[in-house]
Design a protein around this ligand. Structure first.
Ligand code: T46
Length: 148
């Protein structure tokens, strides 16, 4: 099993991306074979965001993601139905790996923020759980697995 549904909150990682952080000729890159924890099938970006704007408020059944604040900053809260962890995304040199099975709440902290998302699957509305009580029922129904 590629992505344990048992304790996905423990799998969350902030990855440091390679690049040139010097003031001139700044660049960040991600060699997909080496730096991505899954095969990337889709890329999208959420842009023109204003401070205080909230995105997310849903979970994915199977999709994994890397979240990168290419501009501005975000507070990302990940919730497994029992516990939660908060992360601040404020540098293009960071990527937050979000495994499947976590409720995400994404608060924009600065005007004109842009969040780049690398996803493990094509778009499929059936992969979303957009209702929190339904998410809690889903997490409680997960059969414990020894796989990671
Ligand atoms: C996520 C967070 C971080 C598509 O048709 N195709 C796509 O690839 C995407 C990403 C969205 N859509 C449609 C689905 C909705 O009707 O665009 C509309 C807005 O999407 P949503 O309300 O899900 O937007 P966010 O910003 O709350 O969530 C998005 C992603 O959907 C989601 O996977 O984890 O970014």
């Amino acid at each position: 099993m590629q992505n344990s549904r048992k304790e996905p909150l423990k799998l969350v990682r902030m990855l440091k991306l390679p690049g040139n952080p010097e003031e001139h000729r700044q660049v960040t890159f991600l060699e997909l074979d080496d730096n991505a924890p899954f095969a990337v099938r889709r890329v999208y970006w959420i842009h023109s965001l204003s401070a205080g704007e909230v995105r997310g408020n849903h979970a994915h059944r199977s999709m994994q993601q890397l979240l990168i604040a290419v501009n501005g900053s975000f507070r990302v809260t990940l919730d497994d139905g029992k516990d939660n962890r908060e992360f601040t995304l404020s540098s293009p040199f960071q990527a937050l790996w979000v495994p499947a099975g976590l409720w995400r709440h994404i608060l924009t902290l600065a005007d004109q923020s842009t969040l780049l998302v690398l996803a493990s699957t094509h778009f499929d509305e059936a992969d979303y759980i957009r209702d929190y009580p339904a998410f809690l029922a889903y997490t409680n129904a997960v059969v414990p697995s020894a796989d990671v």
